[in-house]
Structures are given as C-alpha cells and as structure tokens.
Design a protein around this ligand. Structure first.
Ligand code: HEM
Length: 192
C-alpha cells in the first residue's frame, strides 16, 4: 500500500535524487528559514477557528518543534525510505487528532509559497526556481503520502473494526457513494 503510493507519487511528480542533492547543497541558506516559516504556519493555524480547535492548551511549543524538525529534515536533503515512511505515518497520526487533508494540503500550499518567496530573495531567478522545484517535488510527494496514509489508514481501521471483507466493503462503499452523488446532483439541480 505505502510502496505503491510512494512509487506513484515519485513517478507523477517527476521527483529524482537530484532534488535531494539540490536541497542538500542549499541547506546552509534554507535551514535559516525554519523559525520564520514555523511562526507563519502556526500564526495562521491559530488565527483560524477550525484549525485552532485542533490544538490542546499549551501545545504550540511542542508542535512548533515538530514542524521545525520536519522542515530541517526536508531541506537537509536526507530523503530516504525511512523519511518517506515517516510521512506515511504522519497521515495516520493526524487521524486521531482530527487533522483532515484540507487542513494539511492548505498548509502545504502555504509552506511552498513562503519557500518560493524566500528563494527569490536569496538567489537569482533560475537558481531560485531550481531550488523551489526540488522542494516542491519533495513536499508534493509528502502531501500525497500524508493524504493517502490518512485515508487508507482510516479505511483499514474501519474495515478491521467492522470485520468486513475488502470486496464487500468496496461494493457497499460504491453503492453508498452513488447515493451521495445522486443527492448532490439533485441539490445542484434544485439550486440552479
Ligand atoms: C504541511 C502540512 C503538515 C505537515 C508536513 C505535518 C507534519 C507533521 C509531523 C511530522 C508530525 C509528527 C509526527 C510524529 O510524531 O512522527 C505531525 C503531528 C501533528 N500534526 Fe501535522 N503536519 C501538517 C499539517 C498539520 C495541520 C494543518 C495541523 C492542524 C490543523 C496539524 C496538527 C498536528 C498535530 C496536532 C500533531 C500531533 C500528533 C500527536 O503527536 O498527537 N498538522 N504533523
């Protein structure tokens, strides 16, 4: 499951080990952005009630450390199997903390935008784009792994809990989804 998703994400984003190399070469500069990026990340999450509600009182310093750790690892260019597997695990860890993928993907977009801005300040445009694209490909693979880890972890837990066979669950899901699509279609017809 994890390996298939990883393989697909690597293939479709166009990630190559050269991206890890580019990140490693620029670590001295990009690692200095950890604090600013982390503050921007959590200022936004804490200023928006649906995402602020995820956190327990007093939890911010620990979460800031988590993000800084993660960011430094990405820009160090130490992108190996263990790193990818960790990203898959983040998806699972997000499940009990009620961090759905719209929260995660929205923030990944922010992180990438901020990183691009910093690259453009640090280097002439061609190098800035090169470093940014290396970061983007890695973090897009990360987003895919977290999102699929979240969704498949959720499905697997549900299947285990209910004791269904996979094929039966798939068929039941398909039927239920058809009903949902019909309901949505009726809604959009009614609102036109
Ligand atoms: C760019 C998007 C995100 C990345 C890369 C990310 C990454 C991580 C990582 C690396 C961990 C630690 C996992 C471990 O212990 O090994 C984590 C945990 C956590 N994340 Fe995220 N995260 C993202 C988005 C979010 C968002 C948007 C929220 C909340 C709105 C969130 C809330 C949490 C919480 C509460 C934990 C702690 C789980 C626990 O230890 O109980 N994350 N995340």
């Amino acid at each position: 499951m994890f390996s298939d998703v990883l393989e697909t994400m690597l293939k479709l984003t166009g990630y190559t080990p050269q991206d890890a190399q580019t990140l490693a070469e620029t670590y001295e500069v990009t690692s200095q952005w950890a604090e600013e990026l982390t503050q921007a990340f959590y200022d936004l999450l804490f200023s928006y009630p649906p995402t602020a509600a995820v956190f327990k009182p007093g939890e911010r310093p620990a979460r800031e450390e988590t993000l800084k750790n993660w960011y430094r690892r990405v820009v160090s260019g130490q992108i190996d199997q263990e790193f990818w597997l960790w990203q898959w695990r983040v998806g699972l860890i997000h499940i009990p903390r009620r961090v759905p993928n719209d929260f995660m993907l929205g923030m990944m977009s922010r992180v990438q935008q901020l990183f691009l801005q910093k690259c453009l300040e640090a280097w002439p445009a061609p190098r800035a784009v090169e470093v940014f694209l290396a970061f983007k490909r890695v973090t897009d693979v990360v987003a895919g792994l977290i999102a699929e880890g979240y969704m498949r972890g959720h499905q697997l837990a549900m299947k285990e809990l209910l004791g269904f066979r996979q094929e039966l669950l798939d068929r039941m899901m398909d039927m239920e989804v058809e009903t949902l699509v019909d309901r949505l279609m009726n809604l959009s017809v009614a609102s036109n």
